[in-house]
Design a protein around this ligand. Structure first.
Ligand code: GDP
Length: 164
């Protein structure tokens, strides 16, 4: 009797990654190497200052939080390396690589993560990653503008699961 094998695939996704200003920038080459070694394709990248206007839009879900103005000020304090990363399950896998928001917690639960290694406190936590596919589409469009049309398309990258 033929055995049926079921192969599951995670959907191929894009996610928006930021290497935040200052300290993290010093480790950019190392972080990029690690990103590639984990199987992410870098579909697009640019190194730029975020304007205050773009930063406020980027972080609008936090606009009522007490740390909103320091967050915007920090993210605009130097150039950000902005990356469109692509692979199966990219959103979740990049967030796993980043570790928890607070580097002190990251050091406890995920010492190899980027925030554990390169973050200094909950605000200055080295890296950003989209929290969902919907957020990644929004963030990529916001930071890459018209260029994003080419990179957000997943046409021809059929995914899901198949029965063999
Ligand atoms: P993330 O998805 O892990 O980046 O976390 P959030 O979306 O909750 O927060 C966005 C960013 O705001 C974080 O990456 C931190 O830079 C900053 N942040 C989050 N929580 C705090 C906080 O309690 N205090 C301060 N000062 N900054 C925070």
């Amino acid at each position: 009797e033929a055995q049926q094998e079921i192969h599951f695939f995670f959907p191929r996704q894009n996610t928006l990654a930021l290497i935040k200003p200052n300290s993290a920038q010093e480790h950019k080459a190392e972080i990029l190497e690690e990103i590639k070694s984990k199987g992410f394709a870098i579909k697009n990248q640019q190194e730029k200052y975020l304007s205050e206007e773009v930063a406020e839009e980027f972080y609008k879900e936090h606009k009522d939080k007490p740390f909103f103005s320091q967050l915007v000020q920090f993210i605009c304090s130097g150039p950000c390396l902005q990356l469109v990363l692509s692979k199966e399950n990219a959103v979740e896998d990049w967030r796993m690589m980043m570790g928890p928001t607070d580097p002190n917690r990251a050091k406890e639960v995920s010492p190899d993560s980027l925030r554990a290694r390169f973050g200094s406190d909950i605000l200055h936590n080295a890296v950003h990653g989209s929290s969902s596919v919907e957020q990644s589409d929004r963030e990529i469009r916001l930071l890459f503008g018209d260029l994003s049309a080419a990179v957000t398309s997943t046409e021809g990258e059929e995914d899901g699961f198949v029965f063999v």
